[in-house]
Every structure is written in C-alpha cells, then in structure tokens.
Design a binder for this molecule. Structure first.
Ligand SMILES: [Zn+2]
Ligand SMILES: [Zn+2]
Length: 417
C-alpha cells in the first residue's frame, strides 16, 4: 500500500467519524429522548420512535390521527385509498372517508368495532367509500353490535346523494344480509344514514359529546363533494377529502391545528409514472385535483400548525419532486402522508411517527352482551339445495356434543342426514 493510499483511507475514516459525531440521530420528541447509556445487553431497547397500535393511551387533551389510506383508487400494498381515523381524548373515534383497501389498516388499529361506528364520507367516489360495505357487513362478524352511522352529502338530485347510495348498497348486499339474519347477532347490520346538504357552508352536521363537525362545499367531480371541519377541546382538524383549491377551504380551514388536503402528483409525473396523456395529466392533475403547487398555495393561505398532503403514490422518487413543488408556494410545517403515519396532536406539540403493524389481527371481544338470533328469521334453503347436503352426523354430532358440554348449551345441527 503506498503512502497516498494510506493517507486517503485515513482521511476517509476521519471524515466518516466526524460525520457520525456531528450528525447523531435526532429524536423527534426530546421528552422521549434517551441517551445511548440506556442500552443494555439484558434490558429492552430504549423507547423507539414507533407507534404500536393498541399500546398507548390517548391523553385527555389529545387528538390522535392515523392515516389509513393515502393513495389512489387503485389500491396497492403500500397505500390504500382515502381513509383517516381521528381518535379523541374523550374516547370518541371518527372515520373520514373509507376508501378501498383501508379496512385492513383499520383492523390493524386493534380497536373494538363498536367504537368504529361513525363514518363521514366526503364524496361518493369508490376511493372514498369502497370499503364501506366491508366495514358494515364484515364488521358484524368482528363483533360490532351497534348500528353503523354514516354521514355524507346530498347530490344535485336525490339519485346522486348519500341516502340513495346507501339504499342501493343495502339492495346490492341483500344476499349477504340474508345469510346472516337469524344466524348471528346482526344488530350491527343496521345502518343509520345522515345525509346533509352538499351546499351547506360551515353548517353543523354533528354535535355530540363536545365534538362539532361542520361541512363545507368542495369542488370536485360533480355537485355533492364536501370537506369536513372537526373541532373538539380547542383543537381544529380539517379534512379536505378531494377538492381543487376553493374559497371555502381557504376560509374555514384557517388556523387549523391539522389541515389535510389532497396533493396529487404533478402532471409531469402523471405522464411519466401514471401513464396519463398530457391532456389528461393537466386536466386531472390541476382542474379535477390539486397539484403540489396549488396545495402549497392553499396552505400558505390557511397557515395550519401542520399541513398534510395525501392522495398520491408516495415513493422515493415521487416524494422529493412533490415536496420541491409544494415548497415553491408554501414554507410552513408539512407532512406528505403514507399509510400508517400517526399524528399525536395537543395544543403544545404535534408528534409524527410511523406504526409497526401486527398482521395477525383478531376481533376484540364484543362490548355488548350478544343476543341469540331469532332463528325464525333465518331464510331456509330450498328442498333442492337441502337434498345435496351431506350431514355426516357421525362426524358432526361429536363436534356439537363437545361445545354443548363445554358451554351448557343444547344446540342441534341443521343438516342431520
Ligand atoms: Zn374523488
Ligand atoms: Zn380521491
């Protein structure tokens, strides 16, 4: 090895050490910072900057917001379609939009389903309501025993409104409902629908337990799209759902603690990554949705404590470009959300972390006592279908005996032959 090479390696090592010393990993929240002296070969790791659902109490004055869907109508493993969970220190929990694929992320929060009974839908695009049937009917086998309550806007005419959409959804799933009635405690299958006027400006649509939710019009798709403003305990949360920049959002989101607004990919990336034609990219990206520059302009007028952009495929090669363009028009606090990002919001602090997810999720036990179903309301098979069933009594009867003995019941199989 010649002297120059040795010198080069020595300089390289010195520079590396200097970099490590001068850029230690900065903890996001200094209250949780622990020195490296806390590490031990026999003790658990010091507190990491990760959120583990189901393990943290919400403080009485805190709002916890979880991004459960931040992507596009086409769901992909990394990002479901639009859905945001807001949990309050008073115990209330609210879902804002319930887009395709988000139910899986919601289940990962390990929250009993009876608490997940309030859904606010900003508009009736599939990426904002696609998993509603799954939460509604799937939720009944996850032990939700209370009705699912749904708030959504009217449309230009009744057939474009939320109430009609919910009526049609119940018709669409009549077979599914038929299989469950009289078989399980199906009280959770009840739907409570609250349609409100899409053109109400800052009208109260929910006011319970100290929580007020207002609706403001959005400009997106057709008449019948809205954004939401939720206020509780001096905290203001604004959820845009989908909208191009509009005067109502700028006025009523003002001074929000957290302001969420769509932030689409710039038209350049809609062409190169999404495969849009230039015309489509410009029209969809700036006239039907909000480009990063437009998003930044909105936030520079709203001046929230934290601006959150979502609704784009957020990857290593798109996020820097989106951020750069937002920064042309907005210099305040900013997050560009991905699924499972968590925001703990109080008057003094906004903490942002990612979640670690347990994939093997089971339902929480029912919070209410289950009522045995009225089997008379069960729909029976035709004689034709019954004639094909193989009851295998020699196999099935012992299974019934086992449960009847364990729980003191006297349940009999349907198929006896
Ligand atoms: Zn939409
Ligand atoms: Zn959307």
């Amino acid at each position: 090895m010649n002297n120059k090479l040795i010198l080069g390696i020595a300089i390289g090592v010195a520079v590396t050490i200097a970099l490590i010393v001068s850029f230690p990993r900065a903890p996001v929240n200094t209250a949780d910072a622990q020195s490296s002296m806390d590490w031990s070969p026999t003790q658990p790791a010091p507190k990491l900057d990760v959120y583990y659902p189901g393990t943290e109490a919400i403080k009485p004055n805190e709002m916890r917001i979880v991004a459960l869907g931040t992507g596009m109508p086409s769901v992909r493993p990394k990002q479901a379609a639009a859905c945001w969970l807001a949990e309050l220190g008073n115990g209330d929990k609210f879902l804002f939009d319930i887009g395709s694929g988000c139910h899986e992320r919601l289940a990962a929060q390990k929250i009993p389903y009876d608490y997940l009974n309030k859904v606010f839908i900003g508009h009736l695009h599939v990426d904002h309501m696609g998993d509603l049937p799954s939460l509604w009917l799937g939720g009944t086998v996850m032990n939700r025993l209370v009705p699912l309550r749904v708030w959504g806007p009217s449309g230009a005419t009744p057939e474009f409104g939320t109430a009609r959409s919910m009526e049609n959804m119940q018709k669409m799933y009549v077979w599914d409902i038929g299989t469950r009635s009289g078989v399980i405690d199906f009280r959770g299958g009840a739907l409570e629908v609250h349609e409100f006027a899409f053109d109400g400006v800052n009208e109260i649509i929910y006011n319970e337990n100290g929580v007020v939710v207002r609706s403001i019009p959005a400009v997106h798709g057709l008449d019948g799209a809205v954004s939401f403003v939720m206020e509780w305990n001096g905290l203001k949360f604004v959820y845009g759902s989908d909208t191009i920049p509009n005067k109502w959002y700028v006025e009523y989101a003002k001074d929000a603690d957290v302001a969420i607004h769509e932030c689409f990919l710039p038209p350049t990336l809609l062409v190169t990554k999404q495969g849009f034609a230039p015309m489509e990219a410009l029209m969809v990206g700036t006239q039907g949705h909000t480009s990063p520059e437009q998003f930044g302009k909105v936030m520079s007028l709203v001046e929230p404590r934290l601006a959150i952009g979502y609704h784009f495929y957020n990857d290593y090669d798109t996020e820097p470009e989106v951020r750069k363009r937002v920064r042309k028009t907005y210099s305040g606090p900013l997050e560009l959300a991905v699924d499972y990002m968590v925001f703990n919001v109080t008057k003094d602090d906004i903490r942002v972390r990612m979640s670690a997810i347990d994939e093997e999720i089971w339902p929480s036990p029912a919070l209410l006592k289950k009522i045995p179903p009225d089997t008379r309301s069960a729909i029976s098979f035709s004689e034709f279908t019954m004639s094909g069933a193989l009851g295998f009594p020699e196999v099935v009867n012992p299974i019934f005996d086992e449960i009847n003995e364990m729980y003191g019941t006297d349940i009999k199989p349907i198929f006896t032959q």
